[in-house]
Design a protein around this ligand. Structure first.
Ligand SMILES: C[S@@+](CC[C@H](N)C(=O)[O-])C[C@H]1O[C@@H](n2cnc3c(N)ncnc32)[C@H](O)[C@@H]1O
Length: 250
């Protein structure tokens, strides 16, 4: 995905923002925070909009996302924010570096979720908090699954390995975390204010499945999904979403 760094409108979707708002209340002003898979900075931006004084390092594997984040940092003079291209499955930080690690809607996009948990644990200070969220229901993922079924006769595994509170708890306990608690966020989202870049970006949730397909099928899927999303936008149809936010301590 190639994104011009000239758009202030690039931000998380309404629903990722809604989940992010719940995160913010869990972060104190004097913390060092690592936002893994920051995207266009939904969490980091929400923190900065509240004049939060936490020191934030925002990382994403996508250079385009980090480029957008660097533009925002410069424009808004976020002196307490650093942006870096990095893989959440192999973090370039020493152990015991952060008070809080945030993973807003990232874990279902990675190939090795267990590595994300291991790395979050490693870079957290003792007593530090890992806050992560994931979808238990996404109207968009369901539309994608319907389309996959039509194209390849298989709905795929849109929610990856992590799609229930039990699965997430198991993963975190295996990773050494304690004091695991959960919180549920439900909402309907509309694509009314989504531009083409937002639509393209949201299709990333399908990357783990689609990247394994033959090119012509992948192109057909992406093209059909974009058409479908344009239709949903025009008709102002509500898309139901439900996410879980888990907090765990090292
Ligand atoms: C659904 S988006 C969520 C973005 C952001 N956290 C938010 O709340 O809007 C997932 C993000 O994870 C990033 N991502 C995917 N795999 C990653 C990895 N292995 N390491 C770091 N970031 C990754 C994608 O580039 C994308 O920006």
């Amino acid at each position: 995905m190639d994104i011009e760094d000239d758009s202030e409108s690039l931000s998380g979707s309404t629903n990722t923002k809604m989940v992010a708002e719940r995160f913010i209340t869990k972060i104190s002003d004097d913390s060092t925070v690592l936002d893994i898979g920051c995207g266009f900075g939904t969490v980091t931006e929400a923190l900065m909009n509240r004049q939060h004084r936490a020191k934030v390092c925002a990382i994403d594997v996508s250079e385009s996302c980090v480029q957008v984040m660097r533009g925002k940092k410069e424009r808004h003079e976020w002196s307490n924010v650093e942006c870096l291209v990095a893989d959440a499955q192999a973090l370039p930080f020493p152990e015991d570096s952060f008070d809080v690690v945030i993973s807003n809607l990232l874990i279902q996009n990675v190939t090795h979720p267990r590595d994300v948990v291991t790395e979050a644990y490693r870079v957290l200070k003792r007593g530090g908090q890992f806050i992560l969220s994931f979808w238990t229901h996404s109207g968009l993922a369901e539309i994608g699954a319907d389309m996959m079924e039509r194209l390849i006769g298989d709905r795929g595994s849109m929610y990856g390995h992590i799609h229930t509170i039990e699965k997430a708890r198991e993963l975190l306990l295996d990773g050494g975390f304690i004091n695991i608690s959960d919180d549920r966020v439900e909402d309907s989202m509309y694509l009314t204010d989504w531009n083409d870049e937002m639509m393209e970006w949201s299709l990333m949730i399908f990357a783990p499945s689609v990247s394994q397909w033959k090119d012509h099928l992948a192109i057909r899927f992406i093209t059909d999904m974009k058409k479908k999303m344009q239709h949903i936008k025009r008709e102002n149809v509500a898309i139901k979403m439900e996410a879980i936010i888990i907090t765990a301590t090292k």
